[in-house]
Design a protein around this ligand. Structure first.
Ligand code: B3K
Ligand code: ZN
Length: 854
């Protein structure tokens, strides 16, 4: 495989200011006629390199003449244009959307045609430079059978349409120059939820959400989210929408969440369809967040795009930060922050600590699809957030205004963004830039020192950025830490929070004079994406969990207390669960304020996160001790949990913050009661399952039952299956709860479920709901005999020929072998080697598997 290096970037030798595409649509044969107007940028003659993947060129013409001065280089078409500085190049290609199982380029899903071009899918439709710094105005004509494709959509505005016998056609024009990865086309039998939005300058924009017949009444939440996003981006970033039309299409077969194509977003149905009977509150939040994310890309991604794919975090990190801020404003800011940090720790920290670690601006890659990672997206968002924290909201806005103004219509770099923030917000980010280039999660050690004579306290901080592949030595970074020291003796008075910029390997921060050791709250709000090692006694953590005025810090303190207890228990130094139980009880007592926050705070850390604290992960001991602590909390606070569950659940149609929080806490209460092994737990869960008037309660009860081994379990799974067997998104949940199960036989169950008639490798959501859930189930995936590893490797091998992108996503869990005992290490490595020994392996899987072995 060829490695591409960031340092090798050269500007394009040819630009393509205009492109006309003509599609003759068919499910198993679509003809594409492309006309590219090309303009030479290089001083000297240079061949026109048009990338292609699986295409054969037909009828190549230059300025209207049949042209023979071309040759193929691998899949690419090289056209020799001699001394020309400009030309019109016409090429025809024929593609088979029905055979496109990769779901990249133009493909068929449930009888409809749709596209996915980011990052390099456009070259599977027609020959093109297919790099993001080549921007064109698109004119797209498509023609097809009226009955098969009653709806014809592309980017921009529809300027003409007509009929010809059983066919009809439409002509779309997008006035905004865009890179090829933002091209989109949809043709199919769709119905629409129409609405409109009036922008801040008074323009009316027509909005449409297109879905299959029967799904229309599940699009209301997505439409609300879209309108709220449009309004929010005007209010918070001053960004207005720039076309008269904004369409969204939902597709059942999709490799990721959604795609921000200009004026025609294409979505995984999972992030559009929601109603109380089929979607949980978390699903609702997912719809809101992804609709917002794709909409926000219109500015952070489309109007200002990326120069090359090494700059991916320019649009993704910034856009994730924007969608996180939006969701926080729509709901509960502390709960949203907790969820985002939990995701970062679950997905990004392990990536940063393993063989696939890469900076948010990578230096090289083999297959760009492998770099749509938690690092690029979520760590990228944290880096934007740190800049916003350091300068405050008003100056940050000045910086982003300058960024949009300077680079509108351009393909920009991460460096352009940083410079715009420096200039607009008036801050020196010279050292901060290291965050773009250095991988690895910084580790900070904190210690409070005391001058016995004066009572003066000092916070001693030290940072270490760990080595990562290709980066053995790191320089100290600039790390903004929000801290606050509480004085319990009253001598010092209330302290103000302050922002410490840790920018050296070691630093001493004077705290002031305290009679007794102050309670220190550090990295409040998770102001920096770092690991803080700070030894604190149980009573300190308990005090902070109860009294810190930053809700995130309260959450952190309780989590730390739980982690300390669990890690001690796993390593056989258990001191008992009393302190945790008391702190949970305290937190629970305040549940009427913000039940969603309380629900988050009293959840035990995940098995994986407990493992991350250990030198060698012991999945079985972690499972055992975590269940034991959960059971102990369940039993000790039985009355409280029952209290949470007494009374009626909020109506499923009530999506207010209070109602959602109430349901979340009820789910947690049920899980604690079940973990306590109470006699009536299964019956209680079954009753909640049966009485539920919506999916949040129903799924929570089903998931709880799925861990156990009661009659009610089988019964509930059967009822659920019969009721929802025709709804793919809900059926995904049925597979998922079984793969999440804490039962010892889960690997065997997953193996069995893979043979279920409703299981298919053709649908990425279904693959993730079964196998993705398994890799997230630590003790199951890491079963000591290697059965979990074998199952995942078998999946990768079977899926790679069909859908390499989705197959490659399953490999990173196997790459974490260094963290496990020798037996598991050998088994994991053997599976990676078995994958690599396959012939004809994709570039995607080859890169991930070989890097994972290193
Ligand atoms: N930009 C797309 C991701 C495309 C991934 C291609 N492998 C979705 C998003 O981040 O909004
Ligand atoms: Zn994105």
């Amino acid at each position: 495989p060829v490695t591409i290096h960031r340092g090798d970037y050269r500007p394009p030798e040819w630009q393509v200011p205009d492109i006309a595409l003509d599609f003759a649509l068919g499910i198993d044969e679509t003809k594409v006629a492309a006309a590219l107007s090309v303009v030479r940028q290089a001083d000297a003659p240079a061949p026109l390199v048009l990338r292609g993947d699986g295409l054969t060129p037909a009828a190549v013409r230059v300025d209207g003449e049949v042209w023979n001065d071309w040759h193929m280089d691998g899949g690419d078409l090289i056209v020799d244009l001699g001394e020309r500085t400009a030309a019109t190049v016409e090429i025809e290609t024929v593609i088979n959307p029905a055979a496109n199982t990769q779901l990249m380029g133009l493909y068929a899903s449930n009888g409809m045609l749709c596209t996915q071009c980011e990052a390099e899918g456009f070259r599977r439709i027609t020959f093109h430079p297919d790099r993001p710094d080549v921007l064109s105005r698109y004119r797209v004509r498509m023609e097809g059978d009226k009955a098969a494709f009653p709806i014809l959509l592309s980017n921009g505005n529809c300027i003409e349409r007509g009929e010809e016998g059983s066919d009809h056609w439409a002509l779309w024009e997008d006035p905004w120059p865009k890179p090829s990865y933002l091209f989109a086309l949809v043709a199919g039998d769709l119905v629409v939820n129409k609405d409109s939005f009036t922008t801040m300058s008074g323009r009316k924009v027509d909005l449409g959400i297109w879905v299959r017949e029967g799904d229309l009444d599940r699009t209301g939440h997505a439409m609300d989210a879209l309108k709220n996003s449009m309004k929010w981006d005007e209010a918070v970033y001053g960004r207005e929408y720039d076309l008269d039309l904004f369409n969204i299409v939902a597709v059942g077969d999709f490799n990721m969440g959604a795609m921000e194509n200009k004026g025609l977003n294409i979505f995984n149905t999972r992030y559009i369809l929601a109603d109380p009977d089929t979607a949980t509150d978390l699903d609702y939040d997912g719809v809101e967040g992804v609709v917002a994310h794709e909409y926000f890309h219109n500015w952070s991604g489309n109007r200002v795009t990326c120069r090359d794919w090494f700059q991916l975090s320019l649009k993704e990190g910034f856009t994730v930060f924007r969608d996180q801020s939006f969701s926080a404003d729509m709901g509960s800011p502390p709960v949203k922050r907790i969820e985002d940090v939990r995701l970062l720790r679950a997905a990004q920290f392990p990536e940063d600590a393993g063989p696939l670690a890469h900076p948010i601006r990578p230096d090289s890659f083999q297959e760009i699809s492998n770099f749509y990672t938690a690092t690029i997206y979520n760590k990228g968002a944290e880096i934007i957030r740190m800049m916003a924290t350091m300068v405050g909201p008003e100056r940050f806005r000045k910086g982003t205004d300058l960024y949009f103004e300077r680079h509108d219509g351009e393909a920009a770099t991460c460096e352009d963004f940083v410079r715009a923030i420096e200039d607009g917000a008036d801050i020196d980010l010279a050292q901060f830039r290291l965050w773009y280039g250095q991988a690895g999660t910084p580790r900070i050690t904190a210690r409070i020192g005391t001058d016995a004579a004066t009572g003066e306290r000092t916070l001693h901080l030290a940072q270490l950025v760990p080595p990562t592949p290709g980066q053995p030595d790191k320089a100290p970074m600039q790390i903004p830490l929000r801290i606050k020291a509480f004085d319990l003796d009253g001598g010092h008075g209330a302290e103000e929070e302050r922002l410490v910029l840790l920018d050296r390997a070691e630093m001493a921060v004077p705290l002031g004079r305290y009679r007794s050791r102050p309670m220190l709250s550090i990295n409040r709000g998770f102001s920096a994406p770092v690991i803080v090692d700070f030894a604190r006694e149980e009573d300190e953590l308990a005090w902070l969990a109860a009294h810190d005025d930053d809700p995130f810090a309260r959450y952190e303190a309780l989590q730390q207390l739980m982690l300390d207890t669990l890690v001690a228990a796993v390593s056989g130094k258990g001191g008992g669960s009393g302190a945790v139980i008391e702190a949970v009880a305290q937190t629970l007592a305040g549940r009427t304020g913000d039940p969603a926050f309380v629900a988050e705070a009293v959840l035990l850390p995940s098995e994986a996160f407990i493992g991350d604290q250990m030198v060698t992960v012991d999945p079985d001991a972690i499972r055992r001790e975590r269940l034991a602590l959960q059971g102990a909390i369940g039993a000790a606070l039985e009355a409280e949990w029952r209290g949470v569950l007494s009374g009626d659940a909020p109506a499923a149609t009530d999506l207010s913050r209070g109602a959602k929080g109430g349901r979340r806490l009820r789910g947690v209460a049920l899980a604690y009661l079940a973990a306590a092994g109470l006699d009536d737990a299964a019956a209680l869960a079954f009753r909640i399952f049966s009485d539920a008037d919506g999916m949040t309660e129903r799924q929570a009860a089903l998931a709880t039952l799925a861990h156990g081994d009661s009659e009610e379990r089988a019964h509930a799974l059967d009822i659920f299956y019969q009721r929802y067997r025709d709804n793919p998104l809900v059926l995904d949940k049925w597979f998922q709860v079984q793969a999440w199960s804490l039962r010892p036989d889960t690997v065997d169950a997953v193996k069995e479920l893979a043979r279920h008639p409703d299981f298919t490798l053709a649908n990425p959501n279904r693959v993730r709901s079964l196998y993705g859930a398994l890799t997230g189930n630590q003790a199951a995936f890491h079963r000591a005999d290697g059965a979990g590893y074998r199952l995942i490797a078998d999946l990768v091998i079977a899926l790679d020929p069909k859908n390499p992108q989705t197959a490659a996503k399953m490999i990173p869990p196997l790459g974490r072998w260094k963290r496990f005992d020798e037996g598991r290490q050998a088994l994991m490595r053997a599976e990676l080697e078995r994958i690599l020994a396959q012939r004809g392996l994709s570039r995607d899987v080859t890169e991930q598997a070989s890097k994972s072995l290193a």
